[in-house]
Design a protein around this ligand. Sequence first.
Ligand code: SAH
Length: 482
Amino acid sequence: MEYFPIFLNIRERPCIVIGGGDIAARKVSLLLRAGGAVTVVAPELGAELADRLSKGEITHREKTFAPDDIEDCHLVIAATDDRAVNEAVSQAAQAQRIPVNVVDNPDLCSFVVPSIIDRSPLVAAVSTGGASPVLARIVRSRIETLIPAAYGQLVQLASSFRGKVKAHFSRPEDRRLFWEDVLSGSVAEMVFAGRDQAAREALEQELARTAEGASERGEVYLIGGGPGDPDLLTFRALRLLQKADVVVHDRLVSQGVIDLARRDAERIYVGKERDFHSVPQEGINQMLVRLAKEGKRVARLKGGDPFIFGRGGEEIETLAAEGIPFQVVPGITAAAGCASYAGIPLTHRDYSQACMFVTGHLKDGTMNLNWEALVQPNQTVAFYMGLTGLEVMCRELIAHGMSPQMPAALVQQGTTQNQRVYIGDLASLPGIVKESGVKAPTMIIVGEVVRLHEKLNWFEPGGDDRGASAHVRPEKATGGSS
Ligand code: SAH
């Protein structure tokens, strides 16, 4: 270990920063966050430090550096672009055994400033000993994604219960187990979901219950797994997936997303082919209840967003009725994912002021939709589950007054390496489907915005030709990208 890591208490202690520019200002800001009493030594101050001075947050010695400037201080940071000054600061500080950092000059430092993940009171620091600050920042951002923003609140909650918990358990081992459960269980999840009061109450209950030796309560996370690309998952979805004991998923969830669950978690496939439900909805609802009652942490993983044509509402209604704790994690819905990855903005100032998400699911060979509303100008209509009924859909839109030349796109397996985009119009779309053998899952996007695909298409899936974009241009495609 090149450096010895410590956390230094500088609260109300004199700290000196040499230099008045932007870099000095950044260091000053850090020192102030930790409560340091900061004096800046510099002939002149930049705007940010001048502002801090006028607010009384720092003091200023308007002069060039001299060794006696740092007498009796606890910490020195030199942030000047003058090598001679930086060296003088380093020498003076080290002679007086005062910790000194010279920005971007590891050879002149007695300490380095790490990259910081601040979830106060929880703070994590990352250092490469000055060898590669950029790498330290990369590692920091990785850690950032592992530590939810609300961790600070969680530490505060833990700290306010510390005495009580200590009094409750006489054996340190019991205490440790209790905290492990609380800090990685439903109490923590409540804090992360912003439900501080509920977390407080749950912690109280947990404490009372643990004395009675009751087993842990199960819970359900209804998680939106997004349209396919695992990179589009939210941090919360990832965290809960790695915590769940059981993952209940259906066909639309990509393997890449399922793979992110804990390795030892049980995986249950509940299918849901179109027109063929491997496990009927009622069966899924009951399964979630049963698993949760067994004390399991259940991730109910659904494609896209659970509340958009996902029956997520029905599933949690059953949970709510049974008093089982649950939370809902939104996901990127297929319309948004496919539109982004096909370079088709769903709204655009020049073309579309609204976007409708519509189910194109056929029931008894028809589609019971408000066609008058769908054919209005200046809007985009995104059809889910519309492939089988595509012919009916195009026919009805035209019959209700939409131009047969209205641009339309089919996005098959959007956001994945198998994505294919077909561009046509209402008149040509059914033919395109027949010829090309487009398969579900496919999103159908209808509206003038589809013209933008040609200009804005950016995603190049796969190495093979399966991902290529197939352009069958609408005959009268003018304006926009053409
Ligand atoms: N809850 C999901 C939608 C479920 S309905 C969501 O929010 O996305 C299923 C329909 O979604 C499919 O028939 C298809 O139209 C669409 N869909 C889902 N994933 C898709 C994908 N990767 N590419 C294209 N369409 C997709």
